[in-house]
Design a protein. Structure first.
Length: 81
């Protein structure tokens, strides 16, 4: 919610509205003891949220940066205490 609200203020409503509309129903549907109704609501709210964010949230992996970042170098220092 925070990153989306920074880019598009109030696009997902207030934090409380977002929590009531998406966060809680999605979390409730992921519990081990969730009812079929909870799971159905979770799938629907996840679908709606995904479609709302599809236009401006880019989901990319780390491979996009591999060409522009230098290789990782690790150093190990042993320090006597």
């Amino acid at each position: 919610w925070c990153m989306v609200d920074f880019v598009r203020p109030n696009f997902l409503g207030t934090k409380t509205e977002f929590s009531n509309m998406f966060e809680r129903p999605i979390m409730n549907g992921q519990c081990m003891d969730s009812t079929a109704s909870d799971k159905k609501i979770m799938r629907h709210r996840s679908y709606v949220l995904h479609n709302l964010l599809e236009g401006f949230v880019q989901r990319r992996g780390h491979t996009v940066l591999q060409l522009s970042l230098p290789p990782k170098i690790e150093h190990v220092f042993l320090v006597r205490l």
